[in-house]
Design a protein around this ligand. Structure first.
Ligand code: ATP
Length: 238
């Protein structure tokens, strides 16, 4: 079986600064794969390149059997790759429901869209309770839920989440992680970037540690959770 996503020797630069220096990894359908690593390791750059927002210097990205090179970002969404970006990017003056609907902008199946809005409200009840309110009135964690709900509205084959727990209280973070677990259990394929290595490794099937643009260690989430070097560097142990 070929992987849903295959990243091969990917290099990405901002001018002369090489931020991603030849990384390779795959994501199989139904898996949660996580990229962990400190600030500046190149994780966000990798996701932005997969989404078509940045062009690679070299390497290849194959998604669902097709090379994504030179395919524009909006077309990549329609192929089934959704991105919930770092910093959320919701539209604060629009209602919560309209923000969700934006995630379905490439779909025409009205009934399916209504069903998925109901599903988003089941997944995140607070969004349903406040559906007619401006999205800017939500707390940071609730806005994160909205960003995830909106990404799901495109019915993605692969959901990419960039730092979903960033800036959240411990309780809100647990809620977000529990939701990611629920999505995984429902069969959603997820590529997750997280600063919180403990939480990410606990639910990942496969994990890669990135340092200054390279993957320096790979393994199952459980293996890396118990790896001594990972524990020292990322889980705050001596
Ligand atoms: P973070 O968790 O802080 O987002 P990251 O692992 O996602 O970290 P990136 O944001 O991908 O890392 O950054 C990788 C490198 O590229 C860093 O050295 C960063 O300073 C640099 N970089 C990121 N964005 C730009 C940009 N727009 N122009 C120039 N350099 C950039």
């Amino acid at each position: 079986m070929t992987a849903l996503l295959e990243v091969e020797d990917l290099r990405v630069a901002y001018g002369k600064i090489e931020a991603v220096k030849g990384i390779s990894f795959t994501v199989d359908a139904g898996e949660v794969v996580t990229l962990i690593g400190t600030n500046g390791a190149g994780k966000t750059t990798t996701l932005r390149t997969l989404s078509g927002l940045l062009q690679p210097v070299s390497g290849d990205i194959r998604f669902d059997g097709q090379s994504l090179k030179k395919i524009p970002a909006h077309k990549i969404v329609s192929l089934g790759l959704a991105h919930s970006p770092e910093g959320r990017h919701i539209f604060p003056r629009m209602t919560i429901e309209d923000n969700l609907r934006l995630g379905a902008f490439l779909r025409n199946d009205k009934d399916g869209i209504e069903k998925d809005i109901r599903r988003a409200y089941e997944l995140f009840p607070i969004l349903g309770e406040r559906s007619k309110q401006a999205a800017g009135t939500l707390s940071g964690g609730e806005q994160q839920m909205l960003a995830m709900g909106r990404a799901l509205m495109s019915r993605p084959k692969l959901l990419m989440l960039d730092e979903p727990s960033m800036g959240l209280s411990p309780i809100m973070m647990q809620k977000i992680m529990a939701t990611i677990k629920e999505l995984k259990d429902q069969g959603t394929t997820i590529l997750l970037i997280e600063q919180n290595a403990q939480a990410a490794l606990s639910l990942a099937d496969h994990a890669h540690v990135m340092e200054v643009g390279k993957i320096v260690l790979s393994g199952s989430g459980q293996d890396l959770l118990h790896d001594e070097s990972v524990r020292k560097a990322y889980l705050g142990e001596d």
